[in-house]
Design a protein around this ligand. Structure first.
Ligand code: GLN
Length: 231
C-alpha cells in the first residue's frame, strides 16, 4: 500500500479519519503530498476496523480494487461505521503484483490487521501457505503473523538484511495496540485529545503532526506512544 492510516482512541466514524480530512486517504488516492515512490494510489483501497471489545473485538474489512475517490457506496456508509481502532490504506500496486481484492491491505490473521507500504523481494520471504495473495505485501504479512507481532522489529531487520533494497513501512493493529515501522518511507503521528493517528502523511495542516524518523518502531497503546530505533 502506498499510503496508510491507523487510529487508536475513542470510537469515531470511519469517514472522519479516511474521507473527511482535507488531505485524508481519499485525497491521497489521487493527490498524495509526501509520496516518494509513485504518483497516485488508484489500485484499490481497504478499511479495517475492530468491533467493541464488549462485542467480541473482531476485525472487519471492506476492500476494493477500484480507486477510493469514486466509491459512492463507501462514501454513503462510512459515516455509520464507528470504531476505536482502524487500519486503512490506498494502494499503488508494485509492477508485477496482482490487482485484486486479495492483494489489497489490510491483511489479517483473524486477530491483527496489517498494511505494508513498500516493496520486498518475494524470494527472501519464507514459503507459506497462509498468505492471502502472492503479492509481496501479503507474503510479508504472513511472515509477520507467523513470527508474531511482538517480534515485528526483529522481523523487519531480518527481512531488510536479506533484501537491502526493501522498503518496509508496516502498520498493524489488534484493537488495543497499534504498531508501525519506518523503513524507507514517510510516517507521521498526531496525538489528539481523543486518540492517536499514525499515518504515512498528515491528513491536514495541523502543526501538531510529528515526523517519525526512518528505521523506527512505533507502538501506541492505552499508556501512550513509544518510539524505538530499529538498527
Ligand atoms: N508492494 C505492495 C503492493 O504491490 C505495496 C505497494 C506500495 O506500497 N506502493 O501492493
Amino acid at each position: 500500500m502506498c499510503r496508510h492510516l491507523g487510529w487508536l482512541g475513542a470510537e469515531v466514524p470511519v469517514s472522519s479519519l479516511v474521507l473527511d480530512p482535507p488531505h485524508g486517504l481519499r485525497v491521497q488516492s489521487y493527490a498524495p503530498r509526501r509520496q516518494k515512490h509513485c504518483l497516485l494510489n488508484a489500485d484499490g483501497w481497504g478499511v479495517g476496523f475492530f468491533d467493541r471489545p464488549s462485542e467480541g473485538g473482531l476485525p472487519r474489512r471492506w476492500r476494493s480494487q477500484a480507486p477510493l475517490w469514486g466509491d459512492v457506496s463507501f462514501d454513503s456508509v462510512a459515516p455509520a461505521l464507528r470504531s476505536h481502532c482502524v487500519v486503512a490504506a490506498v494502494r499503488s500496486a508494485t509492477v508485477g503484483m496482482p490487482i485484486d481484492v486479495s492483494a489489497t491491505a489490510p491483511f489479517t490473521d483473524g486477530q491483527w490487521l496489517l498494511s505494508h507500504n513498500g516493496i520486498v523481494d518475494r524470494a527472501v520471504l519464507p514459503a507459506t501457505s497462509s498468505a492471502e495473495s502472492v503479492c509481496d505485501s501479503a507474503l510479508l504479512a504472513a511472515a509477520i503473523f507467523e513470527r508474531g507481532l511482538d517480534a515485528l522489529g526483529e522481523t523487519i531487520v531480518d527481512v531488510a538484511s536479506a533484501d537491502p533494497s526493501a522498503r518496509l513501512n508496516i502498520l498493524a493493529a489488534n484493537g488495543s495496540r497499534l504498531l508501525a515501522t519506518t523503513w524507507g518511507d514517510t510516517l507521521c503521528i498526531l496525538r489528539r485529545a481523543d486518540g492517536v493517528v499514525v499515518a504515512s502523511e498528515p491528513y491536514d495542516n495541523d502543526s501538531e503532526w510529528e515526523d517519525v524518523p526512518d528505521r523506527h518502531l512505533v507502538e501506541v497503546a492505552a499508556d501512550g506512544v513509544t518510539m524505538t530505533p530499529l538498527d
